[in-house]
Design a protein around this ligand. Structure first.
Ligand code: ZN
Length: 68
């Protein structure tokens, strides 16, 4: 059974509007996906993942110290 063809409002690509497609009905699957962002890292700590990880470790150590 053919699915209706829609035009994505974001990128202009045609896509099949499948039943149960996640996201918006007027966006293609790739434009429907939320921006992938692994946690708080990139925005908060800039683009250096090692610095972000080190910062997170330091903060966690601080929290543990406070608790115990
Ligand atoms: Zn799109």
């Amino acid at each position: 059974m053919p699915f209706p063809i829609k035009v994505c409002v974001v990128c202009g690509e045609e896509f099949e509007l499948r039943p149960g497609k996640p996201g918006f009905a007027n966006r293609c699957p790739s434009c429907s996906e939320p921006e992938q962002d692994d946690g708080l890292s990139s925005d908060t700590f800039g683009s250096d993942p090692e610095a972000a990880a080190a910062r997170r470790r330091a903060m966690r150590d601080l929290l543990y110290r406070k608790d115990s």
